[in-house]
Design a protein. Sequence first.
Lengths: 174, 381
Amino acid sequence: MVIQPSNPLTQIVGDIGSGCRRLAFHFVSPARQVAWLTPQWDLYAPTLWKLASEYHIQELIGLECTDRKQWRNLFCNLIQSQALDAVVIDRFGLRSAEGFFLQKICRASKTKVLIIDAHPHSFCSKRLHLSLSHQSFRFFWSKGGSPTPRHLPFTFFQDIDRLYMHLGGRPCTL
Amino acid sequence: MYVVSRHLSPLSPHIMKFENLWIYDLRPFHDFWKKTVLEKNISESHAAMVWDESAWGALLKIYGIHTFAPTKTLEVFAQDYHQHFNTKISQHAQKKFFDVMRRLGLNRIGHLQRLSFVEIGKRFGKAWADFMKGVFEPQKTPWPWEKFRIRDPLRWSENLDEPSASSEFILDRFMCGIQSLAQEKHCLIQKIEFSLIFGERENVELQFSHAISLSKECGWIRRLLQERLFSLQLHSSVSRLEICASPAEPALLKQLSLFDSQAPQIALESLCKKLENQGFQVFKPSPSPSYIPEHSWFRVSPLSTRSPAEISRAQLRPLIQFPPRTIEPPTGMLKKTEQIEWCDLKGQLRSRTYYMTRRSRYWAWVFQTNDGRWFEQGVVE
């Protein structure tokens, strides 16, 4: 018998530009109320909120917290409030102690926690590796899921071309 | 500007109740209206009103706290502050704090400035450091604002077809009124005022130390009212009955426990408010009238009424963006995404043409300005 934790932490492993952020909502779906946490906000918020609306997320709140000492307090407030369906913890570079603390407070909560980091963490029960090629996102689970690589279409370029065609112009390549 | 008064007045819709004081936020109003409204209210109500540029400053004035005041003056304010914000500092700990100060020979409030906030924080805790920061730097320290919402009272009235002086009949009619109010709205009640009108008005007021439910506590209300009504001596028949029930203030949020198995669920709005009060930056984007990516949006509080309206070019732009940094002209294929043009403050025409280009591990978002320089501004995700 395998004892599964009641609320496993999920991690997406991928560098900057690998598509972790674009696909994050895919892995928290069908959440309705989501918080996006990052120690330094370098995301283009209008695009992020647009992506959220495409995944039918009703409320998305952004949170920036640079002070490492405040992180535990922040996680505690967010997860124990039970007001959110999912929390995305983006590039926090969590230490093991912080991860196990997170695991402990998540145990009795229904809030789904998704951690995005460049390096794999041992405290996550599910781990997904993601990379982006020209046409698609390639992902496989190294923990808690199928190790067979799967693909999801990357439609950003097609969207731009389609938008230009719609506006009467034509896509331009140098 | 903030005004502090001991009585509730219609000065501003932004009100906070702090123990037995009322704090009004008058910052949104023009100076002319501030002056007019204050003069009018002071002359009409003859109430003591104190104002200052900050809420801390106004409170310090009403408590009579200044540099040369004895530390005992501060004790009262500290007690109210810790009790109101539930900082978990017991009365014993408060007394100990001031005893220590007196033992150190710091008998005047001004003397306390010799201790730094860091020292106070280390010795007595963050709550004391925050409090002392507010006392000594009232302009710089934000006051933890908790908006007070005035709730409309529930009302019921009935004109009696046949005026009556019978207490039992009046009691029955009042209880019918209570039941109809309970069916109309389910909320907790703090105070009920029963009025008997027979040419002149006779009021019976029932005030409760705790919030009660009209539907559940019906029998108890009946007994209390019966006792009051039977002691009344009515000189003439009552022609009209009125009930005015004041709803109780909503209960404060419970403190979230770290290892509780069943933490209470709170609304998203309350969570945002709580996080803002704790100093976290909670936001959602709001569009600004600029096409330049770094200036096209700004942060607003999720509690604000502004909806996160869509920015039309959000689809064209990558998810990760940073301030533009100079790069060498890119080699390899470039894919154009958009072109923007605008006039700068000097009236010169500026333009940026954005492209995507493949780097070793990611797609970079670069742009060329009208003077031919290249910059990198984002990563496609």
